[in-house]
Write a protein that binds this ligand. Sequence first.
Ligand code: SF4
Length: 234
Amino acid sequence: MTEIHFTIDGRACTAKPGQTIVEAAKANGVYIPVLCHYEGLKPVGSCRICTVRVAGRYMAACTQPVTEGLAVENTAPDLEDMRKSLIEMFFVEGNHFCPACEKSGNCELQALAYRYQIMVPRFPYLWPGRALQAGPAKLMLERNRCVQCLRCVRGVRAKNGRKVFASIERGARVTIEIDAKLAAKLSEAEARRAMDICPVGAILRKETGFAVPIGRRKFDHAPIGSDIEKGAGG
Ligand code: SF4
C-alpha cells in the first residue's frame, strides 16, 4: 500500500490512502480537537472545531483526505483562538452547568474548555429554554445541553436498523427527538452506548446516575487528547 507523506506544523507524517487529516494525525501522535466527529461514524464536519489550514485555505480536518505533500497548520495561534471561540459559543448557546451534570468528567465539551483554559466566554449567554424529552423508558434528552453534533442520529440504531434519534428543523433550530418506541427496546448496552456517543450530557441513561463518582472519570484522570499526544515521537 502506497504511503502518503505530509506535514503537520512542519513535522513529517505519513498516512494511508483514504485517511482523513484527523485520522492520520492521530496515527502520527498529533491531536486535532474534534466534537461532532466520532470514530466509526461517517464524518460530517459540522462543528468546525477541527478546522486546520492548508495553503491558506481553512478546512475541516475530519472530512478532508490527506494527499501527498499536504502542509497542514494545526496549532497556529489564530487557529487555536478560533477553536477556543467556537467552544465558547457552544457554552453560551446552551445551558451547561457542569457541576450539576451527570456527564461531568466524561464530557468532551467540558474537557475541551479545560484544554483551552476557558474561564469566562467572550460572548453573552443566550440562556435558552428548551423542553426536555423525559418520556422514553430508558433514555432522557436534556436538549439544553445539546450541541447539535448529530452523533446520536448517525450512530444509534435499533436492531431493525431504524434510527432511534432524529433531527427536526434546520440550522440553529435543529432539535433532537428520541423515538420512544425504539428506545424502549434498546438493550442495557445499547442504551449505555447512546449516552456515551453523546459528547455532552444531553443523552442520559435513566435510573443509573453517578455510578462512577465525579473525580474518577475519564477526563479527571487525563486531559482530552493526551492519549494521542503521548504516542508522539517528537
Ligand atoms: S443529543 Fe448529544 S449526540 Fe445528539 S446531537 Fe445533541 S449533543 Fe449530539
